[in-house]
Ligand binder design. Sequence first.
Ligand code: NI
Length: 140
Amino acid sequence: MKDSALCRFGVSMDKKLLTEFDQLVINKGYSNRSEAVRDLIREALILEDWKDPEQYVAGSILLFYDHGQKGLLEQLTAIQHHYHHEILATTHFHLDEHNCLELIIVKGKAGSLQTLSDQLVSMKGVKYGKFTVAPVSDLK
Ligand code: NI
């Protein structure tokens, strides 16, 4: 069978879980369960890939912070300069008088990018942070 051929498989689950899943399918705008299951599986496989710190990935680090936090901007800049080989672009949005949203686009080894993200997100004054990677299996 060709790799691209569609295969069917049956899944058993309790009714409550299936009802919740069907609601998710509707909320996310999927046209059917199969589409939603495929996306969930792809996401799980990407997460699995990350476990290999040597795997090359591309993605983004989203930061939400208060620029008034003493020393924060200097530290964020210093860390980003240290990782300049992995950072493709940084975009900063001033949301209001105090809050900033920063989007950092990254490419490199998963382990290194995770360390970068952990350093940024754990800084005092950073209220929210999220590291996301795109599914790129043949990136160098
Ligand atoms: Ni700002």
